[in-house]
Ligand binder design. Structure first.
Ligand code: NI
Length: 133
């Protein structure tokens, strides 16, 4: 059984590969390559798999899950520029895919109980990346 909680954070990013020419960057990334970046209101779904404790009725105490996600994700990324304020995306681009991978890596070993089963990171209403084991 899975339980899923949603978390929200806002962050800026820019896609630009210094190893490519400006024209190549424009062809590849379009407006996402504008020098000053742009922002998104991200929605993160975190799903935990486990056994329902018969006495609490819970797989995981959602307060404990929130504490972990706040520490590992929200405090790190919220109101930050993902290219400039964290080093998680050095050598790559802070795409939906890569941000989701970074979040997975930060959370997977930190579950207070149960097992991290899946995360989905929504960048827009029509785009998400999903990571599972
Ligand atoms: Ni973007």
């Amino acid at each position: 059984m899975l339980i899923t909680r949603l978390f929200k954070f806002s962050a800026s990013h820019r896609y630009y590969d210094e190893a490519r020419s400006p024209a190549e960057n424009w062809a590849l990334f379009g407006p996402c390559s504008y020098p000053n970046g742009h922002g998104h209101n991200y929605v993160l779904e975190v799903s935990v798999r486990g056994i329902v404790d018969p006495t609490t009725g819970m797989i995981i105490n959602l307060k404990d899950l929130k504490t972990v996600v706040d520490q590992e994700v929200t405090q790190r990324y919220d109101h930050r520029h993902l290219n400039l304020d964290v080093d998680d995306f050095a050598g790559t681009q802070p795409t939906t895919e890569q941000v989701a991978v970074a979040i997975w890596q930060r959370l997977v070993a930190k579950m207070p109980i149960g097992e991290l089963a899946r995360i989905r990171l929504w960048e827009n209403d029509d785009l998400y990346a999903e990571v599972s084991p």
